[in-house]
Structures are given as C-alpha cells and as structure tokens.
Design a protein. Structure first.
Length: 125
C-alpha cells in the first residue's frame, strides 16, 4: 500500500518537476523526500525478486531463479529500471537523466492489478 501512495505522489510531482522550475523543488526537504521515495522503490524491486508467484496452473512458484527471471523479463522491471535512472542520486551527477523520471509515473498502474488481486469484497474495490 505504501508503494501505491508513493506512486501517486510521483504521478503528481514528477510531471510538475519536469515541466516547471519551481523553487519548492530546490528545497532540501523535497529532495530528501524524493530520495527516500526512490529508495523505497529500489527496495520494492528487491522484494519483487524474492516474492513467489502463481503460475498459470495455480501452482505457487518459490524457485528464486524462476522468480527473478520472470521479474527481469517483465515490462514492470523495464519500467522500474528506467525510473531508477531518473532518481535524484543519478541526476545529481548527470542532470540530463532527469527525463527518465517520467517512468516513475508508470508505477501508478499497479493500483489496478493490486485491486484485482486483493481479497476485498467487490463493493470495497
């Protein structure tokens, strides 16, 4: 749930940051918050490499090699990796890489998947 909240924040702030040079983006608090969010998404990538999944037959796959291969070959990994290229850590040294921050917005699409897979009743979803 935390990842979805952070993704929502990114989906609002990243386009503003890429489009406008507002003084709020230069504040140390904003930069620290952005770096903490980036770290949370990097941790999420590691967790994705450790999380089992259900195959098409309903069998839970716990083999770490299969889990990592599935994640690395997914479009989600590509999106996550490109988003990391736009993190504050790298853009501090290579400002032109800031454009890769636009891939952070794609994380918001996880909301639909998460809601579909959740155990909540249909009216709550």
């Amino acid at each position: 749930m935390l990842i979805l909240i952070l993704a929502t924040q990114n989906s609002i702030m990243v386009p503003l940051e890429l489009s406008f040079s507002l003084s709020v983006f230069d504040l140390i608090y904003y930069q620290v918050l952005g770096n903490l969010i980036d770290v949370a998404f990097i941790v999420d990538m590691v967790v994705m490499c450790l999380t089992s999944y259900m195959d098409h037959r309903g069998k839970e796959i716990k083999n770490s090699n299969k889990i990592i291969f599935r994640y690395i070959t997914s479009s989600r990994f590509v999106s996550d990796f490109l988003a990391i290229l736009g993190t504050g850590f790298l853009t501090y040294f290579y400002p032109k890489m800031k454009i890769f921050g636009i891939f952070k917005i794609s994380r918001i699409f996880r909301l639909g998947t998460m809601l579909t897979m959740s155990q909540m009743s249909q009216d709550v979803k």
